[in-house]
Design a binder for this molecule. Structure first.
Ligand code: SF4
Length: 477
């Protein structure tokens, strides 16, 4: 069969983020300072969603011909596959209608989280919704194609090592660039685990399931090796929602990454309380360049109200400082625009971001993702149900004490006040622009750094994360 994958880069979408709902990029506000921040984000060329690279590999393994169309309909397909995000949904719906009009005999599959949580968006169309992990098509393509329209539940993959490596051939991978994480490009996406066992009720990553599955470190590093050789990747962004839950695996992975034929950079996403200084030191030694963490709010009551386990203030500051000294960038998320927010509570978040002082602060406007517990909790407070506005930079809630325009203004102010500071440049300038090291930025005596002890194969006997280590979240649950 000729299978066509359709995708778009319009609206600055990054479909891999927000659990597959996708996000946009910071768009405006804050005058010329805001424009500088926007310019910084715009230099990137984000990789195509990992899902499409997996599907390419899977369909080829099944013996099919795979084509890719970016904002264009490749003619003559037997099957067209769409992976819509919220903000690009209208573009996808228009392209689907065009396929129906011009390729009437073709089958249309919708994959990704919208197929599960927003089936109504496709109700009038002769399409099949693949509800579950799209990579299940490796085993269930025939079963899915048997059903002309409606939904087919395919479930999730239990053994991630059974998947073939993602195939990036069709997507011009040598252009991929994520500048806030790395100084070396191109950048590949990779995953060593899926799922998260924590309970933050606004989080789209736990909509499908609330457990974690892992790949073997050997398989992950084999994939990295192939990415280096075949696509020239010099950096890898791990797309695990929660990297580091199993410390033993992390250390084994670090050991194997250290044996790659060339030094690469990589970035991860995790919780501050999962990564100890010694683990950070080991990862830094083998190329960890950037860590994304959610700090969200300094207000413990707000976090607990939305079932997020707080991390204490000292730990957060120490973590950022340890990373900085190890030469690891930190990308911290902060949330503003809860229905009950006031000018004062938002000011506290913005001030706390400056106090903690990560390399990059991402101020996200609270977004009620369909399918989350948070959505049900605040449904009465949602002002705008047009999901194409859910880009994390647009206010869509009813606010008890603020207008939407005020929330937008605070949001823009968050970015400009955060970056326009000497303290930020002094602490992180050398990480963002390495040449600044020559001017003395970022120097610290080596004795202050945690010691990296990379374990040898025969001596890895460090404990797996215990329930005591994550007890905060269990209490909240
Ligand atoms: S720690 Fe919370 S926000 Fe992060 S992936 Fe898990 S549930 Fe989502």
């Amino acid at each position: 069969m000729k299978i066509v994958l359709w995708d778009t880069r319009q609206l600055d979408v990054s479909k891999d983020f927000a659990g597959g709902y996708g996000v946009g990029q910071y768009a405006s506000g804050g005058g010329y300072q805001g424009q500088i921040v926007r310019w910084f984000y715009k230099r990137d060329h984000r990789p195509t969603a990992l899902t499409f690279a997996y599907l390419t590999s899977i369909f080829r393994q099944l013996g099919h011909e795979v084509h890719f169309g970016e904002d264009q309909i490749v003619a003559g397909g037997d099957v067209y596959v769409f992976n819509p995000s919220l903000i690009t949904l209208n573009l996808e719906l228009a392209a689907i209608r065009e396929v129906i009009r011009t390729q009437p005999a073709a089958r249309i599959l919708i994959v990704g989280i919208l197929a599960l949580t927003l089936p109504a968006a496709f109700a009038e169309l002769p399409v099949t919704l693949v509800q579950g992990e799209p990579e299940q098509l490796l085993w269930k393509l025939d079963e899915v194609l048997k059903q002309q329209s409606g939904a087919v539940a395919v479930g999730s993959i239990q053994d991630l090592d059974a998947l073939p490596f993602p195939d990036w051939d069709l997507f011009a991978p040598r252009k991929f660039r994520i500048g806030y994480d790395f100084t070396q490009f191109p950048t590949g996406l990779i995953q060593q685990s899926r799922g998260c066992t924590f309970t933050c009720n606004y989080c789209p990553y736990i909509v499908v399931e609330n457990k974690t599955r892992f790949r073997s470190p050997e398989s992950v590093v084999d994939e990295m090796r192939r990415g280096i050789q075949q696509y020239g990747f010099r950096s890898f962004k791990f797309r695990d929602p929660l990297f580091g839950l199993d410390r033993k695996r992390v250390l084994r992975l670090a050991e194997l990454i250290g044996q790659l034929p060339r030094k690469v950079q990589f970035s991860i996403e995790s919780r501050i309380d999962l990564l100890k200084p010694e683990t950070l030191a080991v990862l830094s030694e083998v190329g960890l360049a950037s860590i994304t963490v959610g700090i969200e709010s300094p207000d413990e009551a707000t976090l607990r109200h939305y079932k997020r386990a707080p991390v204490n203030d000292d730990k957060q500051r120490q973590f950022i400082e340890t990373c900085r000294r190890l030469g690891i960038r930190t990308v911290a998320g902060f949330m503003i625009g809860f229905p009950e927010d006031t000018a004062q509570s938002i000011r506290r978040v913005l001030r706390y971001a400056r106090l903690v002082n990560p390399t990059f602060a991402n101020f996200n406007i609270v977004t009620p993702y369909p399918g989350t517990e948070f959505y049900k909790q605040v449904v009465q407070d949602i002002a705008d149900f047009d999901v194409t506005k859910y880009n994390v930079y647009t206010p869509v809630m009813k606010y008890q004490h603020l207008t939407a325009a005020e929330v937008s203004a605070w949001h823009a102010r968050g970015f400009t006040k955060f970056y326009n500071r000497w303290d930020w440049l002094k602490a992180h300038g050398h990480l963002v622009w390495p040449a600044l090291k020559w001017l003395g930025f970022g120097y610290r005596p080596a004795t202050e750094l945690p010691v990296a002890v990379v374990p040898q194969p025969a001596t890895i006997a460090l404990p797996v994360m215990t329930s005591a280590d994550v007890s905060d979240d269990r209490k909240v649950a």
